[in-house]
Design a protein around this ligand. Structure first.
Ligand code: SAM
Length: 297
């Protein structure tokens, strides 16, 4: 392929040559607008010498843009039929490693450490939409944790993930994400920017790890289990949800809620993250008495 054609054209020709068919169930909506991709790479912090983990490189355009900015890119792609396309688009780029695997089934922290010999990295990706919730949980609880997580999500999903207590979207996922990270919306991206055009618009968000969390680091895993339990059944009270998840008598939970300043009939979604933290910390002794279970998730 000639060297002087645009990256975007190079990718489209490579896709054509490979006879590539977009698979909807894999969330394959690609971006070919190089100006937009530059913006995403810049907002994602893909700068010279920065280690970047990308999920789903697709035809490799965002990957190539980040590599041209001299970032070191590790990209995990599940679809092997993109191998020749990625090989062609990224052929002359040494600072790129592609791993063909399911990102949800991969120990991403270990892969990052093995690839970069460092714990310092950022995540920047145009995420396949169907893995949004699972990937977010994986990313914010990863060891090592990324310095920043910049993701293109469906607009509604982005709003839900970043929703605050008292808002309609406040749910286990937003509570969990906000336990680990601060979040912000960086860009709104219309559906017309993607090929094929999806049914919904998108938004680019950035999550940045919090320095201080509402419960001590050593209890983080248990607290994430507690959050999932607290929101498990939206119509049930927090007391009922926690009681059935942890098999603890309701009266004891009512007592803990009261001593944390909450009404025992409160629902999980009515609590702020700080309040959830306070209730959890009050209940900690009870968890220890019951073998420190992390709750059903
Ligand atoms: N980065 C490209 C772009 O911006 O044009 C493609 C983004 S497309 C929205 C999502 C990509 O994620 C697709 O290439 C798809 O094959 C890949 N993918 C889907 N599920 C995946 C998974 N579980 N693990 C890794 N990659 C996945």
């Amino acid at each position: 392929m000639p060297d002087d054609i645009s990256l975007s054209l190079k990718a489209q020709l490579a896709l054509q040559k490979a006879g590539f068919d977009y698979t909807r169930s894999l969330g394959q909506n690609f971006l070919f607008d190089e100006e937009l991709l530059e913006k995403i790479a810049a907002l994602g912090g893909a700068d010279e010498g920065v280690n970047v983990l990308e999920i789903g490189p697709g035809a490799g355009l965002l990957t190539a843009v980040m590599a041209k900015r001299k970032a070191n890119v590790l990209a995990v792609e599940v679809d092997r039929s993109l191998e020749s396309v990625l090989g062609s688009v990224l052929s002359d780029m040494r600072n790129v490693k592609i791993v063909f695997a399911d990102a949800l089934k991969t120990d991403l922290g270990a892969l990052v450490r093995e690839t970069f010999a460092s714990d310092d990295y950022v995540i920047c990706a145009n995420l396949p939409y169907y893995i949004t919730a699972d990937f977010l949980i994986k990313a914010v609880t990863a060891e090592p944790l990324a310095r920043s997580i910049t993701l293109m999500l469906q607009k509604e999903a982005a709003q839900r993930v970043l929703s605050k207590p008292g808002e309609e979207g406040w749910c286990a996922l937003s509570a969990l994400v906000s336990f680990y990270c601060e979040g912000e919306t960086l860009l709104d991206v219309p559906r017309s920017a993607f090929t094929p055009v999806p049914h919904v618009d998108s938004a680019l968000i950035r999550l940045t790890p919090k320095c201080e969390r509402v419960v001590p680091d050593a209890l983080s895993r248990r607290f994430t289990g507690f959050i999932k339990s607290a929101f498990a059944m939206r119509r049930k009270t927090l007391q009922n949800n926690i009681s059935s998840s942890y098999n603890i008598p309701k009266e004891r939970i009512a007592q803990a809620l009261t001593s944390a300043g909450k009404d025992p009939k409160t629902r999980g979604e009515a609590l702020t993250l700080e309040e959830l933290g306070r209730v959890f910390l009050t209940l900690k002794e009870i968890y220890e008495q019951t073998d420190g279970k992390e709750g059903k998730t």
